[in-house]
Design a protein around this ligand. Structure first.
Ligand SMILES: Cc1ncc(COP(=O)(O)O)c(C=O)c1O
Length: 404
């Protein structure tokens, strides 16, 4: 049989999601009988809460089995408005809400709704892997704004200003951030807002999907900063806070014209997300966030434990991530080294591949996130797995020799 394929040039140019690729490789190794610890995926290791499951079962019995309105059921959009007001001080009306099949689709809708070919989209790095691919698919040009671990991987107002051009249309960032775990404070966002305000045809996706996994005790929503509400698209979802990744529900609040454009896009691609998932998400967004803080508390303990363990590994530079469930160490000092069998470790990808082969620990290299000198470790795993993974990392990295 011919092995020739006819995949479009567009898709051939698109990289495979690095996090999913690493997950696939570790699954394959596991299937071959290897004792793999995968710290590569961005998924809570909890199950959805019981009240969510009950709401979903009830929705089945109540026959939420028909096509829902493209932008989501009105009752869910109203519940989301209540959530935005309760948790974020954001006043949206149901026509400004669009519910999608995960925040991934939400963000993709926004990119297609706003970006013309050649438009520049600012991506403070490190950024979530899919942002750049979405921008490229839409014909936009990702403009990467590098940050430093010393500044907790955050951009300053000056860095934002100096990257804005006539072609800038959009910026996409997450806080708490995947992959760095960084959290922008209200003051930091206020400084960025001054710059955003100066260009009214510039829009910002504030991806707040890790909102409830924030150890600072304070989550700031960009849209609440006076003067920029009409330029902000607030993205959120139930995947992370409520451990509902498989329910596939994300949503946005945005100026009505943007919400309408996203709905139009979604109407041609997927239509509304699953009706029973929407009812499960309604129960989640209406619940007090404190009902799921047991997950955040567990993540915080694991973060502290892992920071201590990783701190014992020579060659890793660490900061203290204030949210999400990732640590993003800088591994520059381990680059330019040689393995026992003479293989060169020149990039964080080389380092992650070496670790996977040597000790069966799966991480994700930083280049996928626009920060090639770092890697991402997810601590959404059991204490035993994390302790074991840290020991394996120490062993593998300790064997690397500096090249002469
Ligand atoms: C920063 C960020 N945004 C959006 C998403 C998409 O989440 P979902 O599509 O599961 O709602 C993820 C998932 O990993 C993420 O980390």
């Amino acid at each position: 049989m011919s092995t020739k394929t006819y995949v479009s040039d567009l898709l051939n140019r698109l990289p495979e999601s690095a996090t999913l690729a690493m997950a696939r490789m570790s699954r394959e190794l596991k299937e071959d009988g290897n004792d793999v610890i995968s710290l590569s995926l961005g998924e809570p290791d909890f199950n959805a809460p019981d009240f969510v499951k009950e709401a979903c079962k009830k929705a089945v019995d109540d026959d939420y089995s028909h096509y829902p309105p493209v932008n989501g059921y009105g009752e869910l959009r109203e519940a989301i408005c209540c959530k935005f007001l309760r948790d974020n001080d954001l006043v949206y009306t149901p026509d400004q809400i669009v519910v999608s099949t995960g925040a991934k689709q939400t963000i993709s809708n926004v990119v297609y709704a706003l970006v013309n070919p050649g438009d520049e989209v600012l991506l403070p790095a490190p950024f979530w892997v899919s942002y750049a691919a979405m921008v490229q698919l839409a014909g936009g040009v990702p403009v990467i704004i590098p940050t430093q671990i010393e500044n907790d991987f955050k951009i300053t107002a000056e860095e934002l200003r100096s990257n804005i051009s006539d072609k800038t249309k959009l910026m996409i960032y997450s806080s708490p951030c995947n992959p760095s775990g960084s959290v922008y404070s209200k003051d930091e966002l206020t400084a960025l807002a001054e710059v955003i305000k100066s260009k009214p045809d510039f829009f910002v996706v504030s991806d707040e999907i890790y909102e409830h996994i924030n150890y600072t005790g304070e989550h700031a929503s960009l849209g609440t900063i006076p003067g920029i509400f009409d330029q902000v698209i607030t993205v959120n979802g139930v995947s992370k806070a409520f451990a509902m990744t498989g329910y596939r529900i994300g949503y946005l609040g945005a100026p009505t014209w943007i919400a309408k454009a996203c709905s139009k896009m979604q109407g041609q691609v997927t239509s509304a997300p699953s009706g029973v998932s929407q009812m499960a998400a309604k129960a989640a967004v209406l619940a007090e966030p404190s009902s799921v803080f047991y997950m955040k508390n567990a993540f915080l303990k694991r973060r502290d434990m892992m920071l201590e363990k990783l701190g014992e590994i020579p060659g890793l530079k660490l900061n203290v991530p204030e949210g999400a469930f990732y640590i993003f160490p800088n591994c520059m000092e381990l680059l330019g080294t040689l393995t026992d069998d003479g293989q060169e470790i020149n990039t964080s990808s080389d380092l992650c591949m070496y670790l996977l082969k040597e000790e069966n620990v799966a991480l994700v290299a930083g280049d996928a996130f626009g920060a090639a000198e770092c890697f991402r470790l997810s601590y959404a795993a059991s204490d035993e797995m994390l302790v074991d993974a840290a020991a394996r990392m120490k062993r593998a990295f300790g064997k690397l020799k500096k090249q002469n």
